[in-house]
Design a protein around this ligand. Structure first.
Ligand SMILES: [Zn+2]
Length: 68
């Protein structure tokens, strides 16, 4: 799903959303590595990642600035 083509992104909004998604995902991974998360913590973090993906997809659908 995730490509190495982030360098090719020319749309700043797309780049921002992509960064947001990656940060949310990394945060979840790091926290999970550090300690056991409670169910609600895990769900919150997963929700943020899912929301970031949804926003990114929405942007792609509307804007068509970059295909995955
Ligand atoms: Zn765009």
């Amino acid at each position: 799903m995730c490509s190495a083509s982030t360098l090719a992104i020319s749309c700043p909004e797309h780049a921002r959303l992509e960064t947001e998604f990656q940060e949310a995902r990394d945060r979840m991974r790091n926290l999970m590595r550090l300690r056991r998360l409670t169910r609600s913590e895990e769900r919150q973090l997963a929700d943020k990642v899912a929301m970031a993906i949804a926003r990114l997809k929405e942007h792609l659908a509307e804007h068509r600035c970059q295909r995955w």
